[in-house]
Design a protein around this ligand. Structure first.
Ligand code: ADP
Ligand code: MG
Length: 585
């Protein structure tokens, strides 16, 4: 229960509903005692009528009165039961809602590092399955526990008063029921977890097959894929059949144990009535009903115990996530207007998980409104530099300053809001083009969207689609070419009108002519703003105010294009090679 104590803050948030619910449960249980008593009375009246008859009309009246009381008590019990579920189960739904939001909020704050370490499937299951299991603790488990305790105390107390010995015999099989249900529930839960795991494996497989359908078809491996799928589904089916077999034990076992209790009541009760130890025949009828009333609560002890164990395990996993420190946050939350001067001072960057030293001794200053280009082979560290500016990671050593203030002191949101970042592999949502472009500026008007699209030279492509800017992308819509995706991604950054623009190799899939157009457009927009372009193409970087040539995480050359082509070095080699390649075309 240590882990589950995390939920106490929520219980106290909803304490009024919880207390109200508990009172209702107790009332409901007290009222549910009346019908059996009244039924017992009816049996006694009938038995007496056989021995010492009264007039038929008096007899009928007596019975009718009892029946009215029975109905009345049943209705009140019904109302209380309704209220009980409405309060306690609702509280569990509220807690589920709050917990989901809390986890989601926390997810949003965690850094890329966290997302690298944890698979998406795990993140999803924390928020859906685990929260669901915890809800079972906060709602049903709590409700049934109070239910069982109240009912037990009330019924046993009452039964014991009427016939102590018979009570003892009657409740004898109940612990066996409780314990066997506990083990059965555990088994069922274990099997359900296996089924659940199999199901997610199956759906991941299906998802991969569908998203890689082009590869599947072009390599003609449909048969192999089908076999894989069949294998998974056959094993899934077997696991499910296994589960049903165990579940099938549940009811017969319960019925068997209730039946035994009933038999004991009738046998021992009958003997005691004959020997005169029990005064009324009605008591036997009453006891039979009590035994049946006790069965479900007793069975639920076993069930609830396994629910709580499951919830504890789930909450432990949730807590592990919630305890993850937000490793990138602002030290001073400085909210200054960002002008865009960027300065790297002896920056080292090592990726802790792979132990790769991605950047070494990087120093440069970029004045407001200037353009810096970074060129280098794949893996030379270009993307890392851009990600550091947006604080997607923190430096291992050295400092980064923006407007002469250490980047760590700046308010994170404010910093990121002033940056237009176009990542290396553009990500577009399964939504309309329009919504994808105005992603970073929700209130953008139509004009702004078209202007941004024109600047990134994608407007003409968009209007050719039947639905224009309303065209839906992705799973439910059309697929764009790599170059189109890149340009929409650039439009998304431009519409923010950012003070700092970071372009990560985002023109690689665009032909050189369009590249020229976009770069020219950028020049006019970014006049008083700062731009960093990472690329492996000379054509993208040649007009920059400053070029850094990166190799293996280190700056090997820097300067302007015309200076660099004169020096012997990586840049000149690259230039010659790319010139030759373009001649070949
Ligand atoms: P570039 O953009 O020039 O291709 P990157 O900055 O992406 O280079 O990568 C620099 C080095 O850091 C590479 O060796 C790469 O494998 C490594 N690297 C990049 N991103 C990560 C990451 N998230 N985790 C671990 N290593 C990384
Ligand atoms: Mg890169």
């Amino acid at each position: 229960m240590k882990e589950l104590s995390y939920l106490n803050k929520y219980f106290s948030k909803y304490k009024r509903s919880v207390i109200f619910g508990v009172i209702i449960v107790i009332l409901a249980k007290i009222f549910s005692l009346f019908p059996p008593r009244l039924i017992g009375d009816v049996v006694t009246i009938v038995a007496n009528q056989l021995e010492n008859p009264v007039s038929v009309s008096v007899f009928k009246k007596k019975i009718a009165l009892k029946i009215i009381f029975i109905l009345f008590a049943a209705i009140i019990t019904g109302i209380f039961t309704f209220l009980m579920r409405q309060t306690l189960i609702n509280v569990s739904r509220y807690i589920e809602f709050d917990l989901k939001n809390e986890i989601y909020e926390h997810y949003q704050k965690l850094s890329l590092n966290f997302y690298k370490k944890n698979r998406t499937g795990d993140l999803m299951s924390r928020i859906s399955e685990d929260v669901g299991k915890v809800r079972m603790y906060a709602g049903p488990a709590l409700m049934y526990t109070i239910n069982t305790i109240t009912l037990f105390i009330v019924i046993i107390f009452y039964m014991y008063n009427k016939a102590p010995l018979l009570t003892l015999y009657t409740i004898l099989p109940l612990p066996i029921l409780s314990i066997s249900i506990y083990f059965l529930s555990k088994l069922i839960n274990k099997q359900s977890t296996i089924v659940q795991k199999q199901l997610s494996a199956l759906s991941s497989l299906a998802q991969e097959i569908f998203s890689g359908i082009r590869v599947t078809k072009s390599y003609v491996v449909e048969d192999k894929m089908r076999n894989d799928f069949t294998q998974y589904s056959v094993s899934q089916m077997k696991k499910k059949l296994n589960l049903s077999k165990i579940q099938a034990f549940f009811y017969p076992l319960m019925l068997f144990l209730i039946g035994s209790s009933n038999l004991i009541v009738i046998y021992i009760g009958g003997k005691q009535y004959i020997s005169g130890q029990i005064p009324e025949l009605g008591i036997i009828a009453e006891f039979i009903i009590y035994v049946n009333m006790l069965t479900w609560p007793v069975a639920s002890i076993g069930w609830v115990t396994s629910l709580v164990q499951e919830a504890e395990a789930s909450q432990k996993r949730i807590n592990e996530f919630l305890k993850q420190k937000v490793d990138i946050s602002s030290t001073e939350n400085l909210l200054s207007n960002i002008d865009g001067k960027i300065c790297f001072k002896n920056v080292y960057m090592k990726y802790e998980d792979t132990k790769i030293m991605a950047l070494k001794k990087i120093s440069f200053t970029l004045e407001i409104g200037k353009t810096l280009a970074i060129i280098g082979k794949t893996g030379s560290g270009k993307s890392t530099i851009l990600e550091l500016v947006g604080r997607l990671h923190d430096t291992t050593n050295g400092t980064i300053e923006i407007d002469d203030i250490n980047i760590q002191k700046l308010d994170l949101q404010n910093l990121r809001n002033s940056i237009g970042y176009v990542p290396q592999d553009p990500f577009l949502f399964s939504d309309s083009i329009e919504n994808n472009i105005k992603f970073g500026k929700k209130d953008a008007i139509c004009d702004e969207i078209t202007v941004a699209a024109k600047k990134s030279a994608v407007h003409n492509d968009i209007i050719k689609f039947k639905d224009g800017y309303r065209t839906v992308l992705g799973e439910r819509g059309i697929t764009l070419s790599g170059g189109q995706k890149q340009r929409i991604s650039i439009a998304r950054a431009l519409i923010k009108n950012p003070q700092i623009l970071l372009l990560d190799d985002c023109l690689s899939a665009v032909d050189t002519e369009t590249e020229e157009v976009i770069l020219n457009n950028l020049k006019s927009i970014m006049e008083d703003k700062t731009t960093i372009i990472a690329s492996h193409r000379i054509s993208s970087v040649k007009n920059a105010d400053k070029i850094l040539v990166l190799d293996n995480g280190e700056v090997v050359q820097q300067g302007k294009h015309f200076e660099l082509i004169k020096q012997d070095g990586v840049y000149k080699e690259l230039f010659k090679k790319q010139l030759k390649d373009s001649d070949k075309l």
